[in-house]
Design a protein around this ligand. Structure first.
Ligand SMILES: Cc1cc2nc3c(=O)[nH]c(=O)nc-3n(C[C@H](O)[C@H](O)[C@H](O)COP(=O)(O)OP(=O)(O)OC[C@H]3O[C@@H](n4cnc5c(N)ncnc54)[C@H](O)[C@@H]3O)c2cc1C
Ligand SMILES: NC(=O)c1ccc[n+]([C@@H]2O[C@H](COP(=O)([O-])OP(=O)(O)OC[C@H]3O[C@@H](n4cnc5c(N)ncnc54)[C@H](OP(=O)(O)O)[C@@H]3O)[C@@H](O)[C@H]2O)c1
Length: 317
């Protein structure tokens, strides 16, 4: 059942209460503000969330009647109904460890964890959902789709395969879930998760990953920054320049640092986040300069609905 209100004005407190009651089915149980533009959040749904696979995503939603944080592109008032539910897809992330110190599988958690970046400005119009997600605090309510979806999962990965996860920014979220799943099931091949971020502070799970790498000899975690002084200032003592993931792949550094050979017979590669890093259009055309091109030149093939391959992709926009 949905409740409607007049379109031009912000609903009153009573209407907002009814709209929330009619549309929301989950509560915020934890907010970790990594920095002002990055959050880890946990939600618990009123009804038990059905089983899902590590790597899948779910739609989250908030009404356009909800407040937005400031310092983001303004919405035009005449574009708002104030009774519309704004929904976006979010990969289900994983905390990696239980408070007891044991490794935790995403599917064993009593909550759903998300890793979200605040979009302040966008060329496609004012960002709708993240300014509202960043206004949420513990105890607040929201909409969570009734089930997870997506084929960006470990299906098809064999126990001896090497698995290389490459992400930009919050594209690391599904990889956290898949890494925990592989390690929990004692995967025998090498596993590496590599994330490209602007600044070191944008790698929110680094401490947990370092602990996992300490405990599991077949696991490596690498953070590659693009905007730190060592990326931009040639006089910096550790200057290495600005390198995207594709540059690390082409130069051979990715194989060296991850200890995973880019060998299509033994390695599965997962690419998530910025579509320009992935480098493939919706129709399947390979875009020059992306990871798919770099991997195709090494003999890798895209994983597609009717033909299994060893390049798996998840585009965030
Ligand atoms: C399958 C799937 C899973 C996703 N999982 C996540 C996730 O785990 N965490 C997350 O933060 N986002 C994720 N996204 C993106 C998310 O759905 C929203 O698009 C994003 O949060 C912005 O929402 P918005 O309404 O504020 O802005 P929108 O109007 O939806 O987006 C505005 C613009 O912001 C940029 N953008 C969108 N998402 C990101 C991002 N994550 N990092 C950098 N720039 C971005 C793009 O240029 C986009 O055109 C996922 C998207 C898909 C399709
Ligand atoms: N204020 C802050 O400190 C801060 C920090 C992070 C994010 N944010 C906000 O969060 C939003 C998302 O930012 P994000 O950093 O998570 O995501 P992002 O913009 O997708 O960047 C993530 C990483 O991907 C790199 N990248 C960009 N284009 C690429 C390409 N063509 N190929 C390969 N890699 C590429 C980025 O390098 P580049 O350095 O070239 O971008 C960066 O290292 C932004 O809208 C921003 O407003 C703010």
């Amino acid at each position: 059942m949905s409740t409607s209100v007049t379109t031009s004005e912000r609903p009153g407190a009573e209407d907002i209460r009814s709209l929330r009651e009619a549309n929301y089915n989950a509560a915020v149980t934890m907010v970790k503000q990594v920095h002002e533009d990055l959050r880890i959040m946990r939600f618990v749904t009123d009804k038990r969330f059905p089983p899902f696979q590590a790597g899948q995503y779910v739609a989250l939603g908030l009404g356009d009647w909800e407040p937005r944080v400031t310092g983001v592109d303004e919405e035009r008032r005449d574009h708002l109904n104030k009774h519309r539910l704004i929904k976006r897809a979010y990969s289900i992330s994983c905390s990696l460890f239980h408070p007891s110190g044991n490794l935790v599988r995403v599917t064993d958690c009593p909550y759903l964890e998300f890793y979200v970046s605040l979009i302040r400005h966008s060329d496609v119009g004012p960002p709708a959902l993240t300014p509202r997600l960043f206004a949420l605090k513990e105890g607040d309510r929201l909409f969570v789709e009734s089930h997870a979806a997506g084929r960006y999962t470990l299906e098809g990965v064999q126990d001896n395969d090497n698995v290389l996860f490459l992400a930009t920014g919050t594209g690391e979220a599904p990889h956290n879930a898949m890494v925990a799943e592989l390690l929990a099931r004692s995967h025998r091949g090498q596993i590496a998760s590599v994330v490209s971020v602007r600044y070191q502070k944008d790698a929110a799970y680094v401490v947990a990953h370092q602990e996992m790498a300490r405990r599991f000899p077949n696991y490596k975690y690498l953070v590659s920054t693009t905007r730190e002084p060592e990326n931009l200032d040639p006089s910096h003592p550790r200057f290495c320049g600005k390198r995207f993931l594709q540059d690390l792949a082409s130069s051979g550094e990715l194989e060296e640092l991850s200890a995973i050979p880019l060998d299509p017979a033994r390695t599965q590669v997962f690419l998530c986040g910025n579509p320009a890093m992935i480098g493939i259009e919706k129709g399947g055309r390979i875009v020059p300069g992306g990871m798919v091109e770099a991997l195709s030149l090494r003999g890798f093939r895209l994983d597609e609905p009717h033909s299994r391959g060893n390049i798996h992709t998840e585009h965030y926009w």
